[in-house]
Design a protein around this ligand. Structure first.
Ligand code: ADP
Length: 462
């Protein structure tokens, strides 16, 4: 198979071990992720960097395969064995020909909301009613589970009080196993290589922990509820397509008692808290500009991929150890502008046409970016201080706009104002904004190319 056209930046998965490298070659194990850094080397070889050890060396192109993006596919399921509302006899029909350990889960028709685990054993199908009690699921009042995924995982490894361990899922027609797809594309990580550390944040749907995966510091978002986990699969699928220095990088996912999303660790937390806790005395305007430019570059990349973020705000920007700002939270990111669900919109960040007519576009992201600029230059204040959401909606529609934050450079305030043009067409694209910000940067620092991260004074406890 000839596939010699990989560009620098391409991520590959090792097909086998390479434990005894010759001089100049890279050592790796099967399943390791390697990033191509130079393609102009010996024929059939690439210069690559090991994603976890950071080492660089030559790799043979026949020994690796490209790490593909996961397709955003609605039939991709974390619960391919879940058949929805079907009757008992229908379930029996689906579990033919009989095979010990073949199973499915259905929703009871007679008791809506209740689940039934159906298992084939010795030529018969046994139906186990799953009882929902105190926010947990149980079959025998002995073993309790957070969700169906958790339950199936348990009975796949233990017989417990049922007739047989679950051996083979009967997949719903059309459903694709997320686990299989994730594993095929190289995004499924190995839980035994993960060490979980402290809790570092609370998301709306689950906690975020610090951790270590094969020597690399990571953040792990755990999502326990199976329905939410399924929704988050979408975010994950979007993230597998994206690689940019100003977007929080997905390392992979772990499926165990739900979904764990593993990303690079952004040790300085979210941008709002970062700005609030340090303030003016610690962070100078060059660093603020740097953050603004970082986010703008990340958004320019999304713009180039025709992706709309929809929830751009300083709370969704994270700061790395070396103070680089990166956009995160792609939960609402969509390719097109149709809203299919009733998501609660972040009113103070959302463009008027998106609020009123659900018209989301890169230009509505530009509006949010203007609000984010305001947050940056006010050191993390809540936008439209003292105004209620209703007031904001009404006043903004009438043409009201926020005033410049204290000491905000006039050039930056003009940028905010053009981001807040009522007419989306009149707002600049992110690549234009980036050019303008770079010019602004030139005014503020005599040599913008050097000392990129000098804006934070040392000894300040950042
Ligand atoms: P949600 O979108 O549900 O609110 P987030 O993904 O924003 O959840 O995570 C909540 C908080 O956890 C963030 O505000 C941040 O402080 C922390 N956090 C999330 N991801 C990371 C990460 N990769 N590195 C460090 N901290 C993180």
């Amino acid at each position: 198979m000839a596939k010699m056209n990989w560009a620098a930046g391409t991520q590959c998965v090792a097909k086998g071990d390479h434990r005894k490298p010759k001089p100049g070659e890279l050592a790796y194990h099967k399943g390791d992720i390697l990033t191509i850094v130079d393609t102009s080397t010996r024929k059939g070889f690439y210069q690559a960097r090991h994603n976890t050890t950071g080492e660089e060396g030559l790799i043979s192109s026949t020994n690796v395969r490209e790490r593909e993006a996961l397709r955003v596919d609605p039939s991709l399921s974390l619960m391919p064995w879940f058949h929805g509302k079907i009757s008992g006899p229908e379930a029996v029909g689906k579990l033919q020909p009989a095979e010990d350990g073949l199973f499915l889960v259905r929703e009871s028709i007679r008791h809506p909301g209740d689940y039934v685990l159906c298992v084939s054993v010795s030529g018969e199908v046994i139906h186990y009613r799953v009882i929902y009690q105190d926010n947990k699921l149980t079959i025998d009042n002995t073993q309790y589970f957070y969700n169906l995924i958790d339950m199936i995982e348990f009975y796949s490894n233990n017989k417990g009080s049922i007739a047989t361990t679950l051996l083979k899922p009967k997949q719903k027609q059309g459903a694709k196993s997320a686990e299989l797809e994730l594993s095929k594309t190289g995004w499924l990580l190995d839980i035994t290589k993960l060490t979980l550390g402290e809790n570092i944040g609370e998301g709306e749907f689950g906690a975020v922990y610090e951790g270590e995966y094969m020597g690399q510091k990571v953040a792990v978002k755990t999502i326990k509820c199976d329905v939410t986990a399924q929704a988050f699969l979408q975010e994950t699928a979007v993230m597998t397509k994206l690689q940019h220095k100003n977007l929080v990088r997905l390392l992979g996912v772990i499926l165990h008692k739900g979904l764990h999303i593993v990303t690079e660790l952004m040790s300085k937390g979210n941008l709002v808290n970062f700005l609030r806790t340090r303030g003016r005395s610690v962070i100078n305007s060059v660093q603020l500009l740097r953050f603004a430019l970082d986010v703008c570059e990340g958004m320019e990349y999304l713009e180039s991929k025709k992706l709309v973020h929809r929830d751009l705000a300083a709370r969704n920007v994270l700061v790395s150890d070396d103070s680089v700002a990166k956009v995160s939270d792609f939960g609402l990111t969509k390719v097109d502008s149709k809203v299919s669900d009733n998501i609660k919109l972040p009113v103070k960040w959302t463009a008027p046409e998106a609020l009123k007519k659900e018209k989301f576009s890169t230009k509505s992201d530009v509006w949010s970016y203007g609000v984010l600029l305001w947050e940056i230059f006010s050191y993390g204040r809540l936008p439209y201080p003292k105004m209620s959401l209703k007031e904001v909606k009404e006043k903004v529609e009438e043409g009201y706009r926020m005033e410049a934050p204290d000491d905000c450079p006039p050039g930056i305030y003009s940028l905010m104002k053009i981001c807040w043009e009522q007419e989306p067409r009149r707002r600049p694209a992110f690549h234009k904004l980036r050019e303008k910000l770079e010019r602004e940067m030139g005014k503020h620092s005599p040599d913008p190319g050097s000392g990129r991260r000098d804006g934070i004074r040392s000894g300040s406890g950042c």
